[in-house]
Design a protein around this ligand. Structure first.
Ligand SMILES: [Zn+2]
Length: 154
């Protein structure tokens, strides 16, 4: 069979042909040439194998990157949850701390009267602890989210 196009041209066009980016006319010429020319056929097989390897390598790298992102996100989530718990506990301790401080500063110690009173109002104290914990936790989460958004937009 007569070669209408040169081997050099076939090899230049081979990558485009492999990705189906040539015109109908070029495709026919290329196919006819590849059919007839063993050297170009070998060349074409070699580059398509390389392309497949490249694609596989890209896919592998993408998986690695996704894994890395997942690990960072999991780490951030763990951090946020731990921070939330710690801030809640700190917030919950705040009313108790203030109460204790006021007792010691104002009354110079806890008298029996105040102790009895404290026993009566402990559900109130618990409620205040919970509320304070929630407020501090809320503030922590808000600040945390704001900081993270700043990091993302940088
Ligand atoms: Zn050829």
């Amino acid at each position: 069979m007569e070669h209408n196009i040169s081997c050099a041209l076939v090899r230049d066009l081979a990558p485009l042909y492999a990705e189906n980016l040539v015109s109908e006319e070029s495709r026919k010429e290329l196919e006819a040439h590849l059919e007839a020319c063993e050297l170009c056929r070998a060349y074409y097989h070699r580059i398509t194998e390389n392309m497949e390897e490249d694609l596989m390598e890209m896919a592998r790298q993408e998986t690695v990157e996704i894994d890395y992102m997942k690990r960072i996100r999991a780490y951030q989530r763990t951090n946020a949850i731990l921070g939330g718990i710690v801030s809640f506990l700190l917030g919950a301790l705040l009313p108790v701390g203030l109460l204790g401080l006021s007792v010691f500063v104002m009354q110079n110690g806890l008298s029996d009267y105040h102790f009895a009173r404290l026993q009566l109002i402990w559900p109130m104290v618990l409620l205040r602890m919970a509320l304070s914990g929630i407020v501090v936790c809320f503030i922590y989460c808000g600040v945390n989210r704001m900081l993270r958004r700043k990091c993302v937009t940088k």
